[in-house]
Design a protein around this ligand. Structure first.
Ligand SMILES: NC(=O)c1ccc[n+]([C@@H]2O[C@H](COP(=O)([O-])OP(=O)(O)OC[C@H]3O[C@@H](n4cnc5c(N)ncnc54)[C@H](OP(=O)(O)O)[C@@H]3O)[C@@H](O)[C@H]2O)c1
Length: 201
């Protein structure tokens, strides 16, 4: 398969590329991407990305993230700004990409545990990931030409525990190999409309 990975240089993206590259042609993208550049905050940039890379069988997004927030200071504008990258960026990768992917191609989006569990300081992240789950369910029944869509919803990853563990005391991280297996299942499997919840050890 030709697989477009957006966020290929990140904590998840790097090992994901390494896991897929022996079996597939990987196009590594990001704002400073190895093979292609894109800023998913811009619909024009997403359109230019699809035009430049040509036909692909899978589009995987492991880019952006939800910002931390303080509920007492949260505003509509702040929430919208937070949603522009991880939520609207991924939504646009699908809305625009549905016209570019090969027949029976797949989209794999990344959400996160805050969709399902309340933790302090992540109202924006919760809304983003919850919204992504609803989007995946709708898109799965709407997409044409056998296109599939799934989301991987990780808890904190072991590789990030040193940096973020202090913010979420008691959160049990997920191992990278289990996470990579989830992405592989979405890309190489046949499922659609699935939310792979990778929470706990
Ligand atoms: N790490 C965790 O523990 C964890 C847990 C749950 C969920 N997640 C989710 O998993 C996803 C990836 O997380 P990560 O930890 O791998 O992130 P990361 O290490 O910060 O990497 C982010 C990647 O996205 C790219 N990127 C950032 N903004 C972009 C934009 N506007 N357009 C295009 N590319 C952009 C970056 O490359 P450039 O700088 O070149 O653009 C980089 O390759 C995020 O949605 C995150 O919320 C992560």
């Amino acid at each position: 398969m030709r697989i477009l990975i957006i966020g290929a240089s990140g904590t998840i993206g790097r090992p994901l590329c390494s896991a897929l590259e022996p079996r597939h042609e990987v196009i590594a993208a990001g704002r400073k991407g190895r093979d292609a550049t894109v800023d998913i905050r811009s619909a024009d940039s997403i359109r230019a990305l699809y035009e430049s890379v040509g036909a692909v069988d899978a589009c995987v997004c492991v880019a952006e993230s939800g910002a931390l927030d303080r509920f007492e200071d949260l505003t509509e504008a702040g929430l919208l700004e937070n949603m522009r990258g991880k939520f609207f960026g991924q939504v646009n990768l699908v809305l625009i990409g549905q016209h570019y992917l090969n027949d029976r191609g797949s989209f794999t989006l990344t959400s996160g545990i805050f969709a399902d569990e309340a933790w302090p300081g992540v109202t924006g992240g919760a809304v983003i990931s919850g919204g992504l789950h609803s989007f995946v369910l709708s898109a799965a029944i709407e997409l044409k030409r056998g296109l599939r869509i799934n989301a991987v919803s990780p808890t904190m990853i072991t590789d990030s525990a040193e940096d973020y563990g202090h913010l979420f005391p008691g959160m049990v991280p997920v191992a990278m190999d289990r996470l990579l297996a989830g992405y592989t299942r979405c890309i190489e499997g046949r499922g659609t409309g699935q939310i792979l919840r990778l929470y706990g050890a």
